[in-house]
Structures are given as C-alpha cells and as structure tokens.
Design a protein around this ligand. Structure first.
Ligand code: SF4
Length: 101
C-alpha cells in the first residue's frame, strides 16, 4: 500500500508531465519548495495556460497574486505608480473591462 507521500508524489509527477517543457522546471521546483517566488510563477503560468505574455498582461486586479505576478521580461512585479497606472483603466466602471477584473 502506498503512503500519502507516495500518492502525492505520483500526482505531482503526472502534473509535471502534463506541463509544457518550457514551464516544467518552474512547476517542479515549486513542488520542491525551492522558493515562494517560483511557486507564484508556477501558479500564474498554470492559471493562463503557460503563456508567459498572458501573465504579464493579466488584468485580474482582484486576484491576490496580481501585484506579485512575475514579469518574464523587465524588472519584477509592478509596484506603486506603475501598478496604479496599470490597473486604473479597470477601476472606472468601464463595462468593456476584461473578464477577471
Ligand atoms: S495574477 Fe493573473 S495570472 Fe496570476 S494567478 Fe492571478 S489571475 Fe492568474
């Protein structure tokens, strides 16, 4: 009979195998608890179907990870004025705001 740990590892191996090669290392290292930043990166990539540009262009300002989501180009998550500038179009009640806001 398998232990809980063995069952979890099997499930994670399936998840890693189902992850595109470009993100497999990030997901695997998140499971290995190498860093919280990599776990956030893995979660965001999973959320958008592993399209890195979609993480950067995410408009889900109410997502708790929004301000922590990784930048794959440039310098880290937006903060301060940059973050406000980024989300302000979605805060004015514009009905054309993308889903997830
Ligand atoms: S910040 Fe965006 S990409 Fe990251 S988990 Fe939230 S909704 Fe998904």
């Amino acid at each position: 009979m398998k232990t809980e740990e063995e069952r979890i590892n099997e499930l994670r191996a399936v998840a890693i195998a189902a992850t595109p090669a470009s993100a497999r290392g990030i997901v695997a290292s998140a499971y290995e608890r190498k860093s919280r930043a990599r776990a956030i990166k893995a979660f965001c990539l999973t959320c958008v179907g592993f399209k890195r540009a979609d993480v950067e262009n995410c408009t889900a300002v109410c997502c708790p990870l929004f301000v922590w989501r990784p930048r794959f180009v440039g310098s880290g998550a937006p903060e301060g004025d940059e973050m406000i500038e980024e989300v302000s179009p979605y805060l004015d009640g514009d009905s054309s705001a993308p889903a997830g806001v």
